[in-house]
Design a protein around this ligand. Structure first.
Ligand code: FES
Ligand code: FES
Length: 161
């Protein structure tokens, strides 16, 4: 089957088995490895990408369902100013999620901070409710997010790319 969609702002098409999971298509066919295969069951969040602006577990999306969608991966956001604040905030408090979580946490933080410039902790909880993390705490994540907000505030910007 030929499937076409927007990927990080570019139109792409590929011939692919229709039920191949989107996370595998991104990694194997497009070499975008920020979305990681973890549980393959919609529980860990490691495979998170944006599909039509919504945080989505790409392990649960057969590629045929991605036809004509707009997909953005971590790689598509890595050079945005908002992501630079997030990275700086994480670094400043030495919050370094392991490879399993890192890009999905950054992408989810991006989704949070571009819609909630100064999020409350319950909003952080809501955005990260689709993530299961075995080796860092919510306390560390709160501190890192709050530091990213502070980085942006000190730069004089107030959200969005
Ligand atoms: S691999 Fe998709 S949620 Fe775990
Ligand atoms: S599983 Fe390692 S930081 Fe989340």
């Amino acid at each position: 089957m030929t499937v076409s969609f927007l990927l990080n702002g570019k139109s792409v098409s590929l011939d692919v088995p229709p039920n191949k999971r989107l996370v595998d298509v991104l990694r194997e066919d497009f070499h975008l490895e920020g979305a990681r295969p973890g549980c393959y069951a919609g529980e860990c969040g490691a495979c998170t990408v944006f599909v039509n602006g919504e945080l989505t577990h790409s392990c649960l999306v057969p590629v045929f369902a991605a036809q004509d969608t707009d997909i953005i991966t971590y790689e598509g956001l890595a050079d945005t100013q908002e992501m630079k604040y997030i990275l700086a905030g994480f670094d400043a408090v030495h919050y370094h999620p392991c490879a399993n979580c890192r890009q999905s946490r950054l992408l989810t933080a991006y989704a949070l901070l571009t819609t909630h410039p100064v999020p409350e902790r319950r909003e952080i909880d809501a955005f990260f409710s689709g993530h299961r993390c075995g080796c860092s705490s919510m306390g560390e994540l709160y501190t890192a997010i709050e530091q990213a907000v502070d980085m942006r505030r000190r730069s004089g910007r107030h959200g969005r790319r």
